[in-house]
Design a protein around this ligand. Sequence first.
Ligand code: HEC
Ligand code: HEC
Length: 204
Amino acid sequence: MDARIASGWIKRTSVTLAIAAFAAPPTQSQEDLPIRNCTWCHGSSAQGLDGAPRLAGQRAQYIERQLESFRDHSRDNPASKQYMWGATARLSSAMAQGFAHYFASLPAEPADDGDSSLVAAGKRMYEEGVPDANIVSCIVCHGPKGEGFEGIPRLGGLSYAYTKNRLEQWREGYHASARPMPLVARAMTAKEIAALASYLSFLK
Ligand code: HEC
Ligand code: HEC
């Protein structure tokens, strides 16, 4: 081969290789993600279905951390054990990241399924806590609209039953690694949990 042609060929080849390397994403590309493996439980638009919570609009960093906690079994409440340990057993970190960014990008709709007579009490607790009972306010971490921040999850519009279960199960000692929530939930009464979960289901 003529030296000039050969060097041209090498140049073109290395350009192609460089493009290929650039195009290969560091995370799983969204077209390849088996989204339906998740949405047949979490709902076709990921707004939540039965016991499976809404994933749409949840913080990517939080989703990734939960997937990790199912995989390492530190999120050990009964529903997680029954449904999510298996779903994450063979999930690579790249796929977990891909799912987290995909679901975070979807618009979140509120469940609106709490007890509306408890909303005012729930709002007061969310914003001010219950100083006498040693319950901190939620707003400082979860934000005025329950929108969350980085690894702190969005709570606004989560379903009543899901939020209620989460708080009850922390109080019972499950998923103890999810600091600070086990400590936050420890002092709550059933009535207070119902009020918070009701308020949050309507918040957007
Ligand atoms: C067989 C049903 C089922 C499948 C399949 C499933 N999930 Fe879940 N998922 C659940 C249930 C039920 C929960 C609630 C666990 C609990 O109550 O703590 C959950 C919880 C979660 C949570 C925690 C959300 C939060 O707000 O803390 C994430 C994240 C999640 N699933 C992501 C996924 C992803 C990603 C997939 C697909 C790879 C998937 N799930 C597949 C049923 C399922
Ligand atoms: C100091 C910050 C902080 C405060 C205060 C706080 N939270 Fe949290 N909350 C977190 C963090 C961080 C997580 C994620 C924990 C993990 O890693 O799993 C969380 C998770 C949650 C979840 C789980 C959401 C899901 O999708 O499963 C609920 C529900 C929740 N908090 C409710 C509350 C309520 C109600 C209050 C007020 C009574 C409150 N939090 C106060 C930081 C806080």
